[in-house]
Design a protein around this ligand. Structure first.
Ligand code: CP
Ligand code: NVA
Length: 307
């Protein structure tokens, strides 16, 4: 009989609501084990290839350290280190890597490259950020909200800034979790219609507005991401102009005096967020960053562990 196709994780809604809940419970256990220094090498001898077309601090190190803690190994393939950047097609790269490793994580410019990789790989493919989505970030974001509020019910989140990759995945993930989300973006920078339809199918599309103060009013969490994403340097000046008024600063947060502040990082102080806010007690960004590792380990266990 033919082997069953591998599970991929290209979008947050590649997981069902039940799988997401189970993943958070595994992440919580793994976090306790890690902090207690307790052995949890549940994926011995497994290997993960990590392919990057762009820079990374958190994604690379959280996956690499996570694989080591699970008893496995991760191979870093940075920009310009494989034949991918020298004419070998994605499909060929995916088929060759599948013969060596148990899963592939990739950070790419064009989301279609991930789709092609998943179509040809015979092992799970994980999205480590594309132009369209950053589902691994959403796992950490939702887990952080869960830890902070003990659940998702009645939690109001205001997204302020660009509605691209991180925002799009968060919109769908928030809908899956049952978070009440309002997104304030400049005109033309909201999540795309396909994303809104997927969020709607999960129960609640976010309200998309263009007035940050309106979005933030009474929020429990205010979340932002950079205005100029990796690879967007050519439109930097244009974007800085378009995002004027969308900075997360003390004035804006006066409308949500108790809100936590989230940021996927890296942060550009003085652009989307002020240094004061980022360094304040209300910022939970280091928890978020840490939770990348615990939730991704839970994801690897879900994708590679025995059923
Ligand atoms: N948030 C995030 O993905 O960070 P890196 O770009 O450092 O991996
Ligand atoms: N939107 C940002 C996220 C970085 C983790 C980017 O694409 O550069």
């Amino acid at each position: 009989t033919a082997a069953s196709p591998p599970k991929h994780f290209l979008q947050i809604d590649d997981l069902s609501g039940d799988e997401l809940a189970e993943l958070f419970s595994t992440a919580a256990e793994l976090k306790v084990a890690h902090r207690a220094g307790k052995d949890h090498a549940v994926l011995p001898n497994r290997s993960l290839a990590m392919l990057f077309e762009k820079p990374s601090t958190r994604t690379r190190v959280s996956f690499e350290a996570g694989m080591t803690q699970l008893g496995g190994h991760a191979v870093y393939l940075g920009p310009d280190t494989t034949h991918l950047d020298h004419g070998e097609p994605v499909a060929d790269t995916a088929r060759a890597l599948s013969r060596y490793v148990d899963a592939v994580m990739a950070r790419v410019f064009d989301h279609d490259a991930l789709e092609s990789m998943a179509a040809h790989a015979t092992v799970p493919v994980v999205n480590g950020l594309s132009d369209a989505a950053h589902p691994c970030q959403t796992l950490a974001d939702l887990f952080t909200v869960y830890e902070r509020f003990g659940g998702f019910e009645d939690v109001e989140v205001a997204w302020v800034g660009d509605g691209n990759n991180v925002g799009q995945s968060f919109a769908v993930g928030a809908a899956m979790a049952g978070i009440d989300l309002t997104m304030a973006t400049p005109e033309g920078y909201g999540p795309n219609d396909g994303v809104l339809a997927r969020a709607d199918a999960c129960g609640r599309a976010p309200d998309v507005v263009h007035d940050p103060e309106k979005a933030v009013e009474g929020a429990d969490v205010v979340y932002t991401d950079v205005w100029v994403s990796m690879g967007e340097d050519d439109v930097r000046e244009e974007k800085l102009g378009d995002f004027e008024g969308f900075q997360v600063n003390d004035d804006l947060l006066a409308a949500a005096p108790k809100a936590d502040v989230m940021h996927c990082l890296p942060a550009h102080r003085g652009e989307e967020i002020t240094g004061d806010v980022l360094e304040s007690d209300r910022a939970v960004v280091w928890e978020q960053a840490e939770n990348r590792m615990h939730t991704q380990k839970a994801l690897l266990v879900h994708l590679l562990g025995e059923d």
